[in-house]
Ligand binder design. Sequence first.
Ligand code: GLC
Length: 663
Amino acid sequence: MIRKYVFGEPFDTEAVVKEIETANGMPCFGTISTENGFAFTYKMSEDDIVYGLGEANRGLNKRGYCYISNCSDDPHHTEEKRSLYAAHNFLVVSGKENFGLFFDYPTVITFDIGYTRSDVLKVSCDAADLNLYVIEGENAYDIVKQFRSIIGRSYIPPKFAFGFGQSRWGYKTKEDFWKVTEGYRSNQIPIDMIYMDIDYMEGYKDFTLNEENFQDFPEFVSDMKEQGIRLVPIIDAGVKVEEGYSVYEEGVRNNYFCKREDGSDFVAAVWPGDTHFPDVLNADARKWFGDHYRVLIDQGIEGFWNDMNEPAIFYSREGMEELKEKIRKIVQEDMEALPVWELGAAVEGVANNPKDYERFYHNVDGKKIRHDKVHNLFGYNMTRAAGEAFERIDPGRRFLMFSRSSYVGMHRYGGIWTGDNKSWWSHILLNLKMMPSLNMCGFLYTGADLGGFGANATRDLVLRWLALGVFTPLMRNHAAIGTREQECYQFENTDDFRGVIETRYRLVPYLYSEYVKAALNDDMYFKPLAFVYPEDEFAVRVEDQMMVGNEIMIAPVYTQNAKGRYVYLPERMKLVKFTKDNQYTEEVLEKGHHYVEIALNEVPLFIREGRCIPVAKAAQTVEKLDTENLELLGFDGAEYELYEDDGIHKDYENPENYKILKK
Ligand code: GLC
């Protein structure tokens, strides 16, 4: 059962697509105050678990910390951080009482989940203008499915997007892309996508190509496709300010950019230098910006990643002036007692400065709305601009699309990647724990930068991270410029990398089938063990193992030098370890605690009692997989319902796409 409570004058975020009657005045589990802003308070019982918040820091059980939905470009995902790139304001309290809460509020909102007081859940924000949805259900899983049913169907990418992708900030020329292609193909490591980071553009201008490096781009795209590789370019939020650049000129002419109070176009410095932000909250501007994706689609491009859309601001003119003034003051006042840290903080604070978000406005249906009041909706609407444009450009076709910043509702238009992580072992675990939370909020097509974006990767870390990435719908190795090269062929014994990535391809029939079924049924692809074994006291607290689809459990290794790990089996399962050359070993393990040895070049998974999964022979691309001759692994007598389609169109309801396989 879902109840909607309306406070003040909420901004219509369009996160929820189903009409729900207002239930103001009815009980809502907690206490609500609208006196100083808005606050929802609930007294938690000792054993209550709190799930949700999608892309947020820390564990699967969110209890014990304070999180703030405030879309932020922060590449240091250390444990104390409260905000990452997204705002997914959905929580589930599971324990003495079971209920879900969705705070549909477009800007900064705080979730104090047993931080100030260990037994108090308090959700608060500055303005008492929001819609609150309260979901009553039998258990956490049931509540998630109800929530999913009101926010609309999750995005389904084309099937090639289930292949492996390589990315690195710094690939500049065709030769760079050919080198990557050669690195993979000559080592027979499967790959379907190479990502084009900002250097493909002319001066970081959206929808342009560096003419010198990418002459005959359509031919290049098609040559790559002949190698079985799709190029996936990045699109940034800010449009470069430059006379003669048509996107800039059209935007200025039609008032499609966010404006200052005085009506001038707001200037924010990002990669290209000065930029204007397209007003993606304005329907006309959104359509205009989205239509530009066609420029690349017409040249053969089938996928994109949207970046810097919190939106990230390196500095504004106003901010820079203030900084100069501050520095002048500090330096002039007292050189002796120069507070170095204050100076450092002032300089650092010029980027993504909250004050800048108060300096520009959106035009929503003729109403001028200051950006900070709707801050968390920008990335969502940039990606929506693209998603809506794809519908106009080629309505029957699926495009690959994922974004850095997001809000609930964006899950209908694209996926997300989890931003600038680091080559740290702890970030493998963070990646793992985040996945089910993202699924709760509708984001199914997700993944982290495998191998880590910042810092230098090591061979063992990349292998272990890829072994988790085998199961994340988005499987992409990406790294920052200046870091150690971490493409799979950069390390010794590339065979090991081939084995791990081949395992992904062997599992694509299963992973794709489970993904599409999850999307069509408002279900989860990654589930916490607690959702499947709610009565099992051990399973309920496990955070480093996950259910993937309905048939298997995974338990990735995330510690340096480990030879294996402890795994808890909530029921009897068959352990399958995949190695290279289409090999695997099998062993049935009884319910309980086990130590499982897992070599660096092995990918383990656990098939549930009485279940089976389809497995293909490895191939160099998704398209080349032989899905006619699948082997079934698991328990004899088991059946599996395979979903399969052409991977491009949206023919999901066709009964021919569903097949029962028997082992
Ligand atoms: C941002 C993105 C990262 C990208 C870089 C350069 O940091 O998060 O993925 O490589 O910008 O475009």
